[in-house]
Design a protein around this ligand. Structure first.
Ligand SMILES: Cc1cc2nc3c(=O)[nH]c(=O)nc-3n(C[C@H](O)[C@H](O)[C@H](O)COP(=O)(O)OP(=O)(O)OC[C@H]3O[C@@H](n4cnc5c(N)ncnc54)[C@H](O)[C@@H]3O)c2cc1C
Length: 466
């Protein structure tokens, strides 16, 4: 038997976690192989999740003339048959360009790229199977970064053309006339806005009493008001009990016995780890009940040379965090030392219409932790750039510790929220007081300038407490 090709690191799965881990190890001159079972690298971030959904959002806003309606009172008549192909073609172009960037990154770092399904044969040997046959390689270390897939309840018929999960919604052939979305998490809320912007009648159903419970309550209230203004019907605190395809569409029965009739349905509640077909039994590992692989704080599994990072380990299941987990795992495995942990706090970016982004303490967490706090708000309607862009619903909100004057939370709803939040995140990470925004000069006119006025608003609260 010929000797197997040996690597310092074998990575299974070329999504964001795998890509950054592979590049990290290779940058420090480790011999790295990466295995991907789909035709192109990029994972959910590039092909079915992050970038496609964000591209669809931008395209939906553009094609629907959503912003123009507010600014110029222009009503855009959508050609439904032309809209869907145009929506999808831009998404496909972005995915292709991004997959190319992944391949270029592997080439730049001399990472060996294998196409096929990776599976453990024994502790250090991984088999790669594809239409071309089987290859085996060995690695000192192995990283599992195989991601996650949408959860599919057994009693919902996903084979039906009008019933979709969050992967499959990207391949629909007909723009829905109306859509029930089950799940008011980030994915459900984002898709609800996109379809509503395109003129689809959307009903968003969530079992919890409130959507997005990790976001500041005031921001959620403002978002909900915006969703309702877009025409989205919100059904909250209701579980669904049955989903049935009828002649006209899809009927959803709710726990109170009421029914919802819409043409199509998107199930967007929950995901599960891709760990079932990896031969984990060959290396003494097993996924938990939701398909996630247990790891320690260094992303190391029970087998000390096998790491796991990204969606396959569960929460928070974000591309942003998955990349960092991959890097930290490799620093630990090879002792690179410069990056020891993923930052304790992460920002949330929610690409609804309007966008929401958040970092640090909310009013609710301050109350729970008994932090004496003040808040300051700046409304986009009072901000010159906000007026120009016509985003009059936006707000930048700061949460400040009343004792130390330190900024402890920032919450933004409105245009560019997911970019703006990083200004507050930097201040919080550096332990800055609210005075930093009082003293800074901001470009004018900018939405960033709203930080200064939110800070002035905090000063009013602080002096009231003094
Ligand atoms: C609709 C939607 C919107 C999202 N929006 C955002 C967002 O705005 N911001 C954000 O940060 N995150 C977002 N996410 C989450 C983000 O997409 C994931 O957190 C991220 O893709 C996880 O990266 P990963 O590398 O762990 O896994 P993945 O990206 O899933 O990549 C795993 C890769 O492993 C491959 N693979 C699996 N099994 C094998 C095997 N046995 N052999 C070889 N290859 C294998 C898969 O084909 C895949 O390419 C979104 C997700 C969805 C679904």
């Amino acid at each position: 038997m010929p000797e197997l090709e040996h690597f310092d690191l074998v990575v299974i799965g070329a999504g964001p976690a795998g890509e950054k881990a592979a590049a990290q190890a290779a940058y420090f001159k480790k011999r790295v192989a990466i295995i991907e079972c789909e035709p192109e690298p990029g994972g959910a971030a590039v092909h079915t999740g992050t970038l496609p959904s964000k591209t669809l959002r931008e395209t939906a806003l553009y094609l629907s003339g959503y912003h123009a309606r507010e600014l110029y009172g222009v009503a855009v008549e959508l050609d439904r048959s032309a809209t869907l192909p145009r929506l999808m073609s831009r998404k496909n172009a972005i995915a292709a360009a991004e997959a190319r960037s992944f391949r270029q990154n592997f080439a730049k770092h001399d990472v060996r790229y294998f196409c096929g399904h990776g599976r453990f044969v024994d502790e250090h040997t991984v088999s790669i199977t594809s239409a071309a046959g089987e290859t085996r390689i060995t690695g000192d270390f192995v990283l599992i970064s195989t991601g996650s897939k949408p959860h599919r309840p057994a009693d919902i018929d996903f084979a039906d053309d009008w019933i979709h999960d969050s992967d499959e919604i990207l391949t629909i052939r007909d723009m829905p006339t109306s859509l029930t979305i089950l799940g008011g998490g980030v994915i459900g809320c984002e898709y609800a806005c996109m379809f509503a912007a395109l003129g689809v009648g959307v009903t968003l159903v969530d079992a919890r009493s409130e959507i997005l419970p990790f976001i500041d309550g005031e921001i959620v209230a403002r978002l909900k008001a915006a969703l309702v203004k877009m025409g989205i019907r919100m059904v909250q605190g209701q579980r669904w009990t049955k989903v049935v395809r009828t002649e006209k569409g899809v009927t959803t029965t709710l726990q109170d016995g009421s029914t919802l009739e819409n043409e199509q349905l998107l199930f967007a509640a929950g995901r599960t780890g891709c760990a079932s077909d990896l031969g984990l039994d060959k290396v003494g590992l097993a996924p938990d009940s939701r398909g996630y692989i247990p790891v320690d704080k260094n992303y190391c599994t029970k087998a000390t040379h096998i790491y796991a990072a990204g969606d396959v380990i569960g929460f928070p299941a974000l591309a942003s965090v998955s990349m960092e987990q991959g890097r930290v795992a490799m620093c630990h495995a090879f002792g690179f030392g410069y990056k020891k942990a993923v930052a304790a706090e992460m920002p949330y970016g929610i690409y609804t219409i309007p966008e929401v982004s958040s970092f640090g303490e909310t009013e609710e967490t301050c109350k729970e932790k008994k932090i004496d706090y003040v808040v300051g708000r700046a409304l986009y309607e009072n901000n010159a750039r906000g007026k120009i862009t016509g985003d009059l619903e936006g707000i930048t909100k700061l949460v400040v510790d009343a004792k130390t004057r330190k900024v402890v939370g920032v919450h933004v709803i409105g245009e560019r929220a997911s970019e703006l939040v990083h200004i507050g995140q930097t201040a919080i990470t550096l332990g800055a007081t609210v005075d930093v925004f009082i003293d800074m000069v901001f470009n004018y006119p900018t939405l960033a300038d709203s930080y200064k006025y939110a800070a002035y608003d905090c000063l009013a609260g602080l002096s009231a407490k003094a």
